[in-house]
Design a protein. Structure first.
Length: 319
């Protein structure tokens, strides 16, 4: 299995760690990058340094009025302290972060904390505090709270988890997000609170939610085949440009359901990477879609653990 990795870009900007330096001119312009603010509780310089102090230094060193994208990285021992402290500190600085368009909460890679160890909180308070946000993301489903929200400008929403609680999924799908174009949900596995069932996705699959949606990712799921079968007749598919079912347990049965359902030749991209398709099914998918110009990502074909068939399939990110 693979662990979660640091963001390389966010909000359309390259991700850069905020660092202390004696040469301020060496830093990028405030609005040229997505700034990741983190502390290292295990490093000599970061030991016992509160995230609040690091964030205060960031606001003093980088013109906060010019910051367009902010990534909240490690804020301490993520399995002991939840994200409410950094979330509230960013909210308290809203009158200074006047150009902020993108926020990500919990950009920790697996070497810092497994995705299921990250203790989250009610991250929607950030959406309320920053009505100009166009992109928002969070990593970690443990303790994550996402009640239904209304936000007029949000265009992209990502929630990454090794197990995404159904209450979070319901909160997202009950939200009023009229500008939303891109939605990525990492549903995860039941062993880590990923209890979302296909029936819970009905408001999304019906096409009645998010009228501008053109990218849908239902990723990292142990029920990828069931999702694929539901998508075969789901009205939402007709207006998508990209469909992403990657990082899950998709096998021949799910791929066959997709091909035997409604046409997919209008898609620009069908992303199925990290899958369990046989070579014969891979070829069938390519032959059905690539001649019509659909880019199909079938990289990272896997074999079930221990030759156990369907029971041996695994998601890319779980613990």
């Amino acid at each position: 299995m693979y662990g979660a990795q640091h963001l390389h870009e966010f909000g359309g900007l390259p991700a850069v760690d905020f660092q202390h330096t004696d040469d301020p001119a060496a830093r990028p312009a405030a609005g040229a990058v997505a700034w990741r603010v983190s502390v290292d509780p295990y490093g000599d310089e970061g030991r016992d340094r509160p995230w609040a102090e690091e964030f205060a230094d960031f606001l003093d060193a980088v013109d906060p009025a010019g910051v367009r994208a902010l990534i909240i990285g490690q804020w301490g021992e993520a399995y002991e302290e939840d994200s409410s402290v950094p979330v509230n500190l960013v909210i308290d600085a809203a009158d200074r972060l006047t150009s902020l368009e993108a926020v990500f909460v919990g950009d920790l890679e697996s070497e810092q904390a497994e995705i299921t160890w990250i203790q989250q909180s009610d991250v929607t308070a950030l959406l309320a505090a920053f009505p100009a946000l166009t992109e928002f993301g969070a990593r970690g489903g443990t303790g994550l709270v996402f009640p239904p929200v209304k936000h007029e400008r949000l265009r992209a929403l990502t929630v990454q988890a090794g197990g995404l609680p159904v209450q979070v999924v319901r909160g997202v799908l009950d939200s009023e997000l009229p500008a939303l174009e891109r939605l990525d949900l990492w549903l995860g596995v039941s062993a880590y609170e990923g209890d979302t069932e296909v029936a819970d996705l009905a408001p999304l699959l019906s096409g009645t939610r998010f009228p501008r949606l053109h990218h849908l990712g239902l990723r990292n799921s142990e029920v990828a085949n069931e999702i694929a079968a539901a998508l075969a007749s789901a009205p939402v598919v007709a207006r998508l440009r990209t469909l992403d079912l990657s990082n899950g347990t998709l096998g021949d049965e799910g791929a066959a359901a997709l091909l035997e359902g409604q046409p997919l030749t209008h898609l620009e991209l069908l992303d199925l990477h990290h899958h369990f398709l046989t070579q014969a099914m891979e070829q069938r998918v390519r032959s059905a879609l690539e001649p019509d110009g659909v880019c199909v990502d079938l990289s990272q074909r896997n074999e079930p653990w221990g030759g156990r068939g369907v029971e041996g399939r695994y998601t890319a990110v779980s613990e």
